[in-house]
Design a protein around this ligand. Structure first.
Ligand SMILES: Cc1cc2nc3c(=O)[nH]c(=O)nc-3n(C[C@H](O)[C@H](O)[C@H](O)COP(=O)(O)OP(=O)(O)OC[C@H]3O[C@@H](n4cnc5c(N)ncnc54)[C@H](O)[C@@H]3O)c2cc1C
Length: 429
């Protein structure tokens, strides 16, 4: 029996997300507990002439899982993790990465393409693609999904592992189907990792080491960040992790300020769950519930140095906030193969993310407008958007964003959601 909730508190909650920037109140919240329930929910929305949006953990930052006067479905009632095999696991799409790891880590396995934050749902992450620290080694989540079960906008349940529906579901912003189940590739993970926090004197030196490391395989995961320093100014930091104890010195040939290097050993789970500490701090100081105007993009190697330096010159540290950071991480562009993920043409690419955590809500509108300006400059330099971002995007912007992949997405939309019932929050169609 499909649960239907219309209480004012439930509707207000469903009209909010981690961004706290966009609020669209739905007509009702549905609580499916099976793929059949999801299919019924989508058909009900179509019958009522309403739009339908699945909601995972509502960690999108710009209303992307909302539907004004529509039906939204809380997908977290579908969270079963099915038995783990040696190389794969099938999970219901409302399961979080924390749920998945609880089943796979005891077997020494982790999903390939795991994101950095564990409290996202599998379905919500798949809608955007899913980028994690190990992207050079494994690609993104969308590259590592072996099969999906999908409820289309027509309310049909279809299982697929190739073809136009499969391609459009992975990174296709929920436009053609609601994922109810996904089979994920698993890779081995050591029980413990060694983490190296390396500090650099400046941006060019950090980027140079990132280029070197992205072409090699000496670390399982590498992430760069620019942080606000305690005495003002920027701190340039690389976070590089080896699975277990490395045979050779993994820092050989790197140009960091070795006196400031910190090396620690920790469990794999503590490493994979490293953002939990930040979450605890933000919940404790109240900033978890303030607006989060984040911007996430990809910049090609040729433009990365100048784009990042120019944006750092423009950026006011208070707009990033003491807990915020600029994420700048190199990866091999070819490691990502899913057609809906849009990347610069360069062989090496950088993620370039403004993880803004301002200490008050005041600058939110200005920062959303600023995100749009930054994105326009990134795009002019050949960069692309990672669509987990807080900025207005028109259908024309999305057409340009998807480039040659847009026609494939549009054709899949016509085939599988011809009445445009699904996922209005992205405003793609
Ligand atoms: C603290 C934090 C850390 C993050 N870390 C990462 C990271 O490491 N890597 C990364 O790639 N991203 C990261 N993100 C971005 C995040 O992956 C996206 O915002 C993601 O879409 C949110 O997932 P969710 O489960 O909360 O989904 P929601 O925000 O609820 O939904 C997101 C979108 O997906 C759609 N959707 C939800 N469920 C389904 C489904 N089953 N089938 C089809 N569509 C669906 C929704 O309608 C909506 O359009 C992070 C975000 C936050 C706030």
């Amino acid at each position: 029996m499909l649960g239907v909730l219309t209480g004012p508190d439930t509707l207000v909650t469903a009209a909010d997300d981690f961004g706290h920037l966009v609020h669209r109140v739905p007509h009702a919240v549905l609580r499916p507990t099976s793929p059949g329930d999801v299919a019924e929910a989508v058909r009900r929305a179509a019958r009522q002439g309403r739009r339908f949006a699945p909601q995972g953990r509502r960690h999108s930052v710009f209303g992307r899982s909302q539907a004004a006067d529509g039906l939204v479905a809380d997908m977290t009632g579908l969270r079963t993790v099915h038995p783990v095999a040696d190389d794969r696991v099938t999970v219901d799409a409302g399961a979080t990465w924390r749920d998945v790891l609880a089943a796979t880590l005891p077997r020494g396995l982790v999903p390939a393409g795991l994101p950095d934050y564990l409290d996202l749902t599998v379905g919500g992450t798949l809608a955007v693609g899913g980028v994690g620290a190990q992207v050079s080694r494994t690609g993104v989540l969308a590259d590592n999904v072996l099969g999906v079960e999908v409820v289309t906008g027509r309310g049909e349940i279809i299982a697929c592992s190739s073809g136009e529906l499969f391609d459009a579901v992975r990174g296709g912003l929920g436009q053609v189907g609601v994922v109810t189940r996904a089979t994920l590739a698993l890779v081995p993970a050591a029980p413990r990792v060694r983490r190296h926090l390396l500090v650099y004197p400046d941006l060019p030196t950090m980027l140079a080491d990132q280029r070197l490391l992205a072409r090699e395989d000496r670390f399982a995961a590498v992430q760069g960040a620019v942080l606000t320093g305690p005495a003002g100014g920027w701190v340039f930091r690389l976070d590089a992790v080896t699975d277990g104890d490395p045979a050779a010195d993994p820092l050989a040939g790197l140009s960091d300020d070795r006196r400031q290097a910190q090396v620690t050993t920790m469990t794999q789970l503590d490493h994979l769950d490293r953002l939990a500490q930040l979450e605890r701090a933000l919940r404790a100081n109240g900033q978890w519930s303030l607006p989060h105007p984040w911007l996430t993009t990809f910049v090609g190697d040729a433009a990365a140095g100048s784009v990042v330096a120019a944006e750092l010159d423009r950026l006011v540290p208070a707009d990033l906030g003491p807990f915020g950071q600029v994420g700048v991480s190199a990866f091999r562009g070819r490691s990502i193969t899913s057609p809906m993920l849009r990347l610069p043409a360069d062989e090496l690419c950088f993620t370039f993310n403004l993880i803004r955590i301002p200490a008050t809500a005041d600058p939110a509108d200005r920062l959303v407008a600023d995100n749009r300006a930054v994105y326009d400059r990134v795009r002019a330099a050949g960069g692309t958007l990672y669509p987990a971002s807080a900025l207005p995007m028109s259908p024309e912007d999305w057409r340009e964003h998807f480039g040659p992949a847009f026609e494939r997405l549009r054709a899949a939309k016509e085939a599988f959601d011809p009445d445009h019932v699904l996922t209005p929050g992205y405003e793609v169609f």
